[in-house]
Design a protein around this ligand. Structure first.
Ligand code: M6P
Ligand code: ZN
Length: 189
């Protein structure tokens, strides 16, 4: 049917903010009320507006979740802000299939990719427009916005990777990224 046709792409990326438009796009948003237990300072968390947007994700999912050999593509936008001294950040996850890797890259704003391996060693990589991050299988990942404007990042991951959120919600990361004297600092839990 498509033989010899010249077709427009079914999905496009806005080159200014990397928002996606077209087919097979899933959208999700995380407000403060969805992030109970994520931030350390419970008192500060309770003072926040529960409707405050923390981050949203657009994902291009052209094949069913779990398909082997497929790829997904996403844009995550994290708002600027802090809960206590802790920067707004994503929940973070291991992949359900442990050996599945992922690329992240910086598009706009300033942030940090926080990583933790299976030995619970944590470290971080600076994110900025053009930064590229290869996340190996078995390494949990989350991003934090350390700047004053929105942090926009791109991501691509295998369609059979899946998300394992349970480990992080039960045990957390072994370090948290806090603002210490105006400098993002990893503090052990
Ligand atoms: C990236 C990808 C997605 C992930 C999203 C938000 O776009 O890694 O798979 O869902 O970031 O991260 P999290 O699911 O940990 O909140
Ligand atoms: Zn992932």
């Amino acid at each position: 049917m498509k033989h010899l046709q010249i077709l427009p792409p079914s999905t496009v990326i806005d080159p200014l903010n990397w928002c996606l438009r077209g087919s097979d796009i899933a959208e999700s948003e995380k407000r403060m009320k969805h992030l109970t237990g994520v931030f350390k300072d419970i008192g500060a968390f309770e003072q926040m507006d529960p409707e405050q947007l923390v981050y949203n994700v657009q994902a291009h999912l052209p094949v069913p979740e779990g398909t082997s050999g497929g790829l997904y593509f996403g844009t995550t936008i994290v708002q600027p802000g802090k809960v206590g001294g802790e920067y707004f950040m994503t929940r973070g996850h291991f992949h359900a299939l442990e050996d599945r890797a992922e690329y992240y890259w910086g598009v706009q704003g300033e942030g940090m990719l926080i990583l933790m391996n299976r030995e619970r060693e944590s470290w971080a990589e600076r994110m900025f427009p053009g930064s590229l991050h290869y996340i190996r299988g078995g390494v949990a990942h989350r991003i934090a916005n350390t700047g004053a404007a929105a942090l926009i990042i791109g991501a691509s991951w295998p369609s059979d990777a899946g998300h394992n959120y349970d480990e992080i919600s039960q045990h957390g990361f072994s370090a948290r990224l806090l603002d210490v004297a105006d400098s993002p600092t990893l503090i052990p839990e």
